[in-house]
Design a protein around this ligand. Structure first.
Ligand SMILES: [Ca+2]
Length: 331
């Protein structure tokens, strides 16, 4: 015969069993060890059905069956939902943790666009990490392996592993419209021969010369100036860099790209719609992030002034550098 106290213990035990059973019914373990995809030029991968479990450490390695012929891997996320800032998918261009990190993804794809990521090395490694609590649905992605970057985005032909873009398309993978909306003529005109981009007339800027430099008609609204892209015809993806606008250029220096501090120096031409890397043969500032950059204009000179920041080894800088941009005035 069961006593009242024994009955109470039995109820508690049954409740515990039910919660455990429900957790397993709704959650899945992605797998143990590394899952390797090396026999096919396309496939699907995911963390499993339903919500993932806490404390997961899972790896997927995608390898080209023929790296000489098909070195480019495109990974397209079909869905993505992880606990923001706590559960991550890290993607490397290569087959080890020391390979270049091309993305560290966390959060809900309904709040940010889904990603297409590209590896150039013939291998791509994904690592999924979940912490000890709060699980979500995880991710689903497909991969394709090509001879040319993203198969020229289906907007060009792949010739000797390089894209030859169809008319109207530009970029390393032909992923960008060269002259969108015919440069909103008469705001600008398309340079069909040379750059294949819009050359904007005075008073207009932007990829399709769709932005006004003086009108107030675009007050209180956001406008995408250039494509959001991870490669080709774009500045590298950076954070903690410094930027300064000196018409018609946006200058960017340094920053962090998930792998290292950088000392790249770039500018975007708002009138002619392209990025340029400003390489110099002279000694310049060491790679850094969290620095400042200011535009200094004197009677005869236009200068950019870079100060401080944090170096790769964690130490802080107190050096100051000046870059003369006077020759570019009015170009
Ligand atoms: Ca979590």
């Amino acid at each position: 015969m069961i006593t009242a106290s024994e009955n109470g213990i039995t109820r508690v035990f049954l409740l515990f069993v039910n919660i455990t059973w429900m957790l397993h019914l709704c959650s899945s373990q992605c797998h143990t060890g590394r899952k390797v995809y090396s026999n096919s030029t396309f496939g699907y991968l995911s963390d499993g059905n339903g919500d993932y479990l806490p404390n997961q450490r899972c790896e997927w390695l995608i390898e080209s069956p023929d790296v000489q012929l098909h070195p480019y891997i495109a990974l397209t996320f079909l869905s993505q939902d992880t606990e923001c800032s706590y559960d991550f998918i890290t993607v490397h261009d290569g087959n080890t943790y020391t390979s270049k990190v091309i993305a560290k993804i966390s959060g809900d794809s309904t709040r940010a666009p889904l990603h297409i990521l590209h590896a150039h090395s013939g291998s791509m490694l994904l690592y999924f990490f979940s912490d000890s609590n709060y699980v979500k649905n995880g991710f689903r992605a497909k991969f394709n392996i090509y001879s040319c970057l993203n198969n020229c985005s289906n907007n060009g032909r792949c010739i000797h592993m390089r894209c030859s873009c169809n008319s109207g398309w530009i970029g390393t993978s032909c992923n960008q419209r060269g002259c969108p909306n015919n440069c909103n003529a008469p705001h600008g005109s398309c340079d069909f021969i040379r750059s294949k981009r819009c050359i904007c007339n005075a008073g207009y800027i932007g990829k399709g010369c769709n932005l006004y430099t003086s009108s107030s008609s675009q007050n209180n609204s956001w406008t995408a100036v250039n494509n959001f892209t991870f490669f080709g015809d774009a500045s590298p993806s950076l954070s903690f860099h410094a930027a300064e606008f000196v018409y018609p250029f946006l200058y960017i220096f340094g920053g962090y790209d998930l792998n290292a501090m950088k000392n790249g120096f770039y500018r975007y031409n708002f009138s002619q719609n392209y990025w340029t890397s400003l390489r110099t043969n002279m000694i310049g500032p060491a790679p850094r992030a969290f620095h400042t950059m200011n535009y200094i204009r004197t009677e005869y000179l236009d200068q950019l002034l870079i100060f401080g920041g944090q170096f790769e080894n964690g130490s802080y800088s107190n050096d100051m550098w000046m870059f003369n941009i006077t020759p570019t005035r009015g170009i």
